[in-house]
Design a binder for this molecule. Structure first.
Ligand code: 5GP
Length: 220
């Protein structure tokens, strides 16, 4: 992943000539608070399509099929994979997670910005598939704090907690591959920083289309 997002002027133009949406990828350890940041940050950001992932992991209390995830059997997941129906996928702590391709491609083509929550392997695949993606890492203040939050959530047994912490350690070591890092030590500040990233990326000069520049130059 490269530090700069966006291509040359015109690169974000959709085939029909309209603006193409921007893919925003959020990566960070399970338990770091990505969902909370998203819930708090997104309402003030206007149109931002959230990509609901497919997973084979068990449903947690309060989770609904089609809202947090599409909960699939391994057979169904594998058949989507075979049909090229996933934009990226990964095996995370013994379960599959993947991004259904069609909704994301349709949203981007329609000019809608898209938010994806992916672990590291999937984030890297996504960046290869969509090089214009903006990569945002959500970091815990420390691994000790992350461990405390994972235990507090009470959704995983000890073995899963240890595996999730090991993955978190690996992901944190890769933090410099990302464009931005938001530390979730104080929720209000983390939300504000996440919003600042989205807003700044939306007004990058590199995303201007030729017709935008022509419009600025219009004199009568
Ligand atoms: P959890 O089980 O805590 O909901 O998610 C575990 C990890 O999988 C998190 O890091 C989450 O961001 C990641 N994840 C969720 N959906 C996807 C996906 O579609 N693809 C990939 N690669 N990772 C995902």
């Amino acid at each position: 992943m490269h530090a700069a997002a966006g291509g040359p002027a015109g690169a974000s133009t959709a085939p029909g000539g309209g603006r193409r949406g921007i893919p925003f990828v959020m990566t960070g350890a399970s338990g770091v608070g990505k969902d909370t940041i998203r819930r708090e940050a997104v309402p003030a950001l206007g149109d931002l399509f959230y990509s609901v992932s497919a997973t084979t992991r068990g449903q947690r209390p309060g989770e609904e099929h089609g809202v947090q995830y599409y909960f699939l059997t391994p057979q169904r997941f594998e058949s989507m994979l075979r049909d090229d129906g996933l934009l990226e996928w990964a095996d995370y702590v013994g379960d599959y997670y993947g991004t259904p391709r069609a909704p994301v491609e349709a949203a981007l083509a329609a000019g809608r910005d898209v938010l994806l929550e992916l672990e590291l392997a999937g984030a890297r695949q996504l960046k290869r598939a969509l090089p214009e993606a903006v990569m945002i890492f959500i970091a815990p203040p420390s691994l000790a704090e992350l461990e405390r939050r994972l235990r507090g959530r009470g959704t995983d047994d000890e073995a899963k907690i240890q595996k999730r912490l090991a993955r978190a350690r690996e992901e944190i070591r890769a933090v410099r591959e990302f464009d931005y890092v938001v530390v979730n030590d104080e929720l209000g500040r983390a939300v504000h920083e996440f919003q600042a990233v989205v807003r700044a990326e939306r007004v990058r000069a590199t995303r201007l289309r030729d017709e935008d520049v022509r419009a600025f130059l219009r004199e009568s």
